[in-house]
Write a protein that binds this ligand. Structure first.
Ligand code: G
Ligand code: G
Ligand code: MN
Length: 420
């Protein structure tokens, strides 16, 4: 977009001298929320006040352009980086104040991206780069500023590409998306009776893409819901197939924050399990503790209902985040999954041993089972057995494998005399 179209009356000379400026892209973080909550007429007044205030703050040190609603391009005269940063921080602080209009008080924050142009940069690219820096900053946390770097651009390009390809895959009946299953060892029964379903994606052009990369993108771009429903259906059908072969596994499904937040999600899960005629006891949902802390009362009721039907709810990645005692005591869960970071050194670190043995004791006291993930060595396995851990998952048992291999693996496992 040509900056001339941004504000009438802008003369071309200064575009020719663009290298004399630092280009700042400011985006008001919650403009949609403001419009939705207070109405558009208040929103418009707020924007007009915001624009005026911005012009005042920038003053003689630059020029402010309105770009879109809630978006501004500011050209600051070039200066030492420290001074520019100080000015931008000041703009951010000022953007963070309460605006009073009629009886309303509006608190807004802004995100800013900064790009320092070269003389041969085109205006479109300049704004795009400032925008990209703003966007990246916003995804890392609103109310901040970020300078453009090439690595940010690479990240955004990759994200755009993956979003495009993932959308295409979904449209083509989930082409390239598939599931693998990691066996889980039941310590008490001494057998494999569970597995965790893990999503994988093999793209024709890009090859195998790690879920650690594509799942956060799917979450950010609003694609995770479709993927989530697809996965659940696929898992339920797979369970049916295995049941037919006489293998009755409980399958753990990872649930994303956006899915649990969705109003009807848990109800839909219940209906789908019912429709597919699967025993509720063959399903486990894994929810991270950070997510569970955010759930409201209705969601708690829905989860409790699922638990009463026989579904397991595991608190995933326990200990990795804030680890609230509240989440342990008050959440509707049946199981706690101890994060791999503790398992990594459980065979070597006395403090971790004390911690994990008492966590297992406490969790048992609360009436939940304990599962350990990321168990890679016999020494780790032995420690967990010693402390009374109920279930073990990790490369020591087996890696995630496809739906055929897992059948073979479990057959072999149960027929081998080797006591694990
Ligand atoms: O399988 P792997 O360790 O590469 O997975 C990386 C991350 O992606 C893990 O945190 C795992 O929980 C997550 N993940 C894998 N499959 C799914 C899935 O089906 N849904 C969600 N929400 N996360 C998944
Ligand atoms: O976040 P979540 O618990 O869903 O992550 C599960 C992921 O951990 C799976 O993607 C799986 O590939 C990975 N994983 C499982 N067992 C091991 C293990 O023993 N070692 C390592 N490094 N990763 C594991
Ligand atoms: Mn998991």
């Amino acid at each position: 977009m040509d900056i001339k179209s941004v504000q009438e009356g802008v003369k071309s000379p200064f575009i020719e001298n663009i290298e004399e400026y630092v280009v700042v892209f400011l985006d008001i973080d919650n403009i949609r929320y403001i419009n939705d909550t207070f109405g558009h007429s208040i929103g418009d007044k707020f924007l007009s006040m915001f624009g005026n205030r911005l012009s005042q703050i920038v003053g003689e040190e630059g020029i402010v352009f309105k770009y879109n609603d809630g978006e501004y391009v500011i050209l600051l005269h070039k200066n030492e980086k420290e001074l520019i940063d100080k000015k931008i921080q000041f703009i951010l602080n000022e953007s963070n104040k309460v605006f009073k209009e009629e009886d309303y008080e509006i608190l807004s924050t802004a995100s800013i991206g900064v790009y320092t142009p070269n003389s041969n940069d085109k205006i479109d690219d300049i704004i795009k780069k400032a925008y990209i820096a703003m966007y990246q900053g916003k995804t890392e946390g609103k109310g901040n500023y970020k300078h453009f770097t090439n690595s940010i651009e690479e990240k955004i390009k990759r994200k755009t590409l993956l979003t495009k390809e993932l959308t295409k895959s979904i449209e083509r009946n989930y082409e390239g998306l598939y599931l693998i299953y990691q066996p889980i060892y039941n310590v008490v029964e001494k057998k494999i009776d569970e597995a965790e379903a893990l999503m994988r994606w093999k793209n024709q052009e890009l090859g195998e893409i790690s879920p650690a990369e594509f799942i956060p993108i799917a979450e950010e771009m609003g694609l995770i819901r479709k993927l989530g429903y697809w996965l659940i259906k696929k898992v339920l059908r797979q369970i049916k197939e295995w049941n037919k072969e006489g293998l009755n596994l409980k399958i753990a499904i990872n649930i994303s924050p956006q899915q649990v937040a969705e109003k009807d999600f848990l109800k839909k899960i219940k209906e789908t399990i019912h429709e597919e005629d699967i025993d509720f006891r063959q399903i486990k949902l894994e929810i991270t503790e950070t997510q569970i802390l955010k759930l409201d009362e209705q969601r708690f009721k829905d989860l409790t209902e699922l638990i009463n039907l026989g579904v397991d709810i595991a608190l995933d990645d326990f200990g990795e985040g804030y680890s609230s005692i509240k989440s342990l005591v008050f959440s509707p869960i049946t199981e706690v999954k101890i994060d791999k970071i503790f398992i990594d050194s459980i065979h070597q670190d006395e403090k971790i041993q004390k911690l994990i043995s008492s966590i297992i004791y406490t969790v048992h006291g609360l009436g939940y089972k304990v599962i350990a993930e990321g168990v890679e060595y016999k020494e780790q396995f032995d420690k967990l057995l010693e402390y009374g851990c109920d279930k073990i998952q990790g490369y020591y048992i087996e890696r995630p494998i496809d739906e055929k291999k897992i059948v073979e693996f479990i057959k072999g496992f149960h027929n081998t005399p080797y006591a694990i």
